[in-house]
Design a protein around this ligand. Structure first.
Ligand SMILES: Cc1ncc(COP(=O)(O)O)c(C=O)c1O
Length: 453
């Protein structure tokens, strides 16, 4: 039985029941959703908050550690964790203390503080790159890095992997459709032809990568070391060392976006697997839940960036935002890097994510479903295909929106929250073995209903 062999009628019938169950139990969320509909576009502060599979937006009263309480008093075990922003748990104590200490001493000044020196040292020690800059979001970090790298190489083309996501950086939204690059039609208000300056190849395809680099016009390859935004796509053994060598041989630069793969350990996937990118991007959990991002350079690349800026005429660089690296953000990053991004914090998270992945595999096997589970450190993902996909096209083919929505909603109604986009689950330091057991049991119960004769 493949995911699509589960009858659409069964999915529709169970979805209707779960939607009714959600609505009946959440009068306060319903009332707030109605109130928000008056003044907020789509009734939510950010339009994609209406993409959860719920009949109306779930409203949060409080979030602590691995728990989230909604405004109707339901306690949920949170495996979404703000899609990684809260990977170190909601309101982690060291970050709360740092914020409290800083909050009365200045929030933003567009000036450096002592925290900047400490954060720079911690980032260099953790990630092995000596020079850093900051941004408010990983999207901005990617966008700014792309500018730096186009400036230093004098090359215009960005190379990405099919099915990637690096935030709302317009340049990356080019897909391979029947082997041809196509600008993603869902993009709103994009007036430039991105296919002129973005080249796209399949992940794990070294021959395609080499062909795309061969013209010598690629400024950089921007990639997650493991694709995590189209379900999960793991690199095949030897892919990254060979890809890095190709990038170098063609005079291009390798940027690894570790926004999600920071789940691998305190130095990210690259450190854990001995990869040596030219630049690295960090975001989401870097400030323990505060908006913070950072990007790092090798010494050689940093020198080229400084030279490019010095050589440019005075005026706007197109890089930076006023509140970037504000005093509060620097305090949050210092606390996160020194107290949370440590081996001691990660070890139990990785072990528990392993148990979660095993538990999910067990449930899938019990119900005879040809689905697979992948894990990258503290993060696990189930996919509706019988073996891990090799690239973005295979991963996209395994997706089933209706089934995803049903599973997410049914799990939510059973007290566990997973990411609304694809099937990602993340373990934080406060997640307990009982929380994992609860998720596995809920998953098992939903699969039983889905597959019942
Ligand atoms: C790999 C990757 N990079 C960058 C981003 C953008 O992060 P943000 O939305 O915080 O800017 C995301 C968001 O999901 C991501 O998955």
């Amino acid at each position: 039985m493949s995911s699509s062999a589960i009858s659409p009628d069964r999915i529709a019938q169970l979805t209707a029941r779960e939607r009714a169950r959600f609505a009946a139990a959440r009068p306060h969320s319903a009332a707030l959703a109605a109130r928000n509909a008056e003044h907020l576009l789509f009734g939510v502060p950010l339009h994609w908050m209406s993409d959860w599979g719920t009949p109306f937006a779930l409203h949060v009263a409080e979030a602590r550690g691995a728990q989230l309480t909604d405004v109707d008093g339901h306690r949920l075990v949170d495996f979404c964790l703000g899609d990684t922003g809260a990977m170190f748990g909601h309101s982690p104590a060291p970050v709360v203390a740092a914020l409290q200490a800083q909050a009365a001493r200045g929030l933003t000044a567009m000036l450096a503080s002592e925290d900047a020196a400490a954060v720079g040292e911690l980032l260099a020690a953790r990630f092995g790159l000596p020079r850093w800059q900051f941004a408010m979001t990983a999207t901005d970090a990617n966008r700014f890095l792309l500018r730096w790298l186009r400036a230093v190489t004098g090359r215009s083309v960005l190379l990405v992997f099919n099915g990637c996501y690096h935030g709302t950086v317009d340049d990356v939204f080019v897909d391979l459709v029947d082997g041809r690059p196509v600008q993603r039609p869902s993009l709103l208000g994009q007036v430039h032809d991105l296919t002129q300056t973005t080249r796209v190849v399949e992940f794990n395809d070294l021959a395609a990568l080499e062909a795309a680099l061969a013209p010598g016009d690629v400024a950089c390859v921007l990639a997650e070391p493991v694709m995590t935004n189209i379900g999960m796509v793991l690199p095949e053994p030897g892919f990254w060392p060979a890809a890095a060598e190709l990038v170098r041989r063609h005079g291009s630069l390798l940027v690894l976006d570790e926004t999600h793969t920071i789940s691998s350990g305190p130095g990210g996937y690259a450190r854990a697997h001995g990869l040596a990118p030219d630049a690295l991007v960090l975001g989401k959990p870097l400030g323990g839940g505060m908006p913070c991002a950072a990007y790092g350079f090798t010494a050689e690349l940093a020198a080229r960036c400084e030279a490019a800026k010095r050589a440019a005429p005075p005026g706007h660089s197109g890089i930076g935002t006023t509140l970037t690296a504000n005093l509060l953000a620097m305090a949050a990053m210092r606390a996160t890097l020194s107290s949370l991004m440590t081996d001691a914090v990660y070890q139990p998270m990785l072990a528990l994510a392993g148990e979660l992945a095993q538990g999910l595999r067990g449930a899938i096997a019990r119900h005879g479903l040809p689905w697979c589970v992948s894990q990258v450190g503290a993060r696990a993902e189930f996919q509706f295909c019988d073996r891990p996909p090799r690239n973005g096209s295979e991963a996209a083919a395994a997706m089933n929106d209706a089934l995803e929505h049903l599973l997410h909603l049914a799990l939510l109604n059973r007290g566990v929250l997973i990411t609304p986009f694809h099937n990602m689950m993340l373990v934080c330091p406060e997640t307990s073995a009982a929380d994992v057991e609860r998720l596995v049991q809920a998953f098992d119960a939903v699969l039983a209903e889905l597959t019942a004769p």
